[in-house]
Design a protein around this ligand. Structure first.
Ligand code: ZN
Length: 219
């Protein structure tokens, strides 16, 4: 897996400081699970932080990632928690941090229809959490409506790929978009795309139709 797009510096720093909102931390934990480069960067930032604040112990990055994933213990895929069997099957394709939520095979997860060619699994955050976390599955070649955001959108490709105005994103890539970027993603023509997406605030759609159905989709 060759990862081309990583979280930006401020996202890595807030990850190292353990100060991320729950939804962002879940996406970061899933990226760190596949990206040794960002694990190294976060580890270095933690060490710098420990020097600056000597009273605070330098946590091992694995501990930090584990803490984020443990925070994920408060997360539940709505109506879809699979506690019975989270053991990894030989053909598992769901990353470790998400397996307790949706099982270990994307094709067996309980996708809910959202719009033509688009399915999702909303992930319930803890009561205190702000923002939104969900998995989105997009059919091959499907276009998503053009939209921007009121805050940060952090998305991680888990399967397939997509492209938008900012580039092409494959498995392991993170798109770290702030609120001044408008984009209209298109899923790969052969494989489609599955992403884990954290947002701070609801999307702002350009089209009137997309805005009209927004209360129904929860996006
Ligand atoms: Zn990375």
């Amino acid at each position: 897996m060759k990862i081309k797009h990583h979280p930006d510096l401020s996202m890595l720093m807030s990850c190292a400081a353990g100060s991320q909102p729950e939804a962002m931390a879940a996406v970061m934990a899933s990226h760190l699970a596949v990206c040794p480069d960002c694990v190294r960067d976060v580890h270095e930032m933690e060490q710098i932080g420990a020097v600056l604040f000597e009273d605070l112990p330098a946590e091992d990055v694995d501990t930090k990632a584990a803490a984020m994933i443990m925070r994920g213990d408060t997360l539940t895929a709505e109506d879809n928690r699979t506690t019975a069997d989270t053991a990894r099957s030989p053909d598992a394709d769901v990353p470790g941090p998400l397996r307790d939520l949706i099982g270990d095979r994307f094709e067996n997860a309980s996708w809910k229809w959202l719009a033509p060619g688009i399915w999702h699994i909303p992930i319930k955050l803890s009561d205190r959490a702000v923002g939104d976390l969900r998995l989105i599955k997009v059919a091959p070649g499907q276009h998503l409506p053009a939209h921007s955001h009121s805050g940060t959108e952090l998305s991680l490709v888990l399967k397939g790929s997509y492209r938008d105005e900012t580039g092409e994103y494959g498995v392991g890539d993170v798109a770290d978009l702030d609120d001044d970027i408008e984009h209209a993603p298109v899923a790969d023509a052969d494989e489609g795309c599955i992403c884990l997406i954290a947002t701070e605030a609801p999307a702002k759609f350009k089209s009137r139709l997309a805005r009209m159905i927004q209360p129904l989709t929860g996006l």
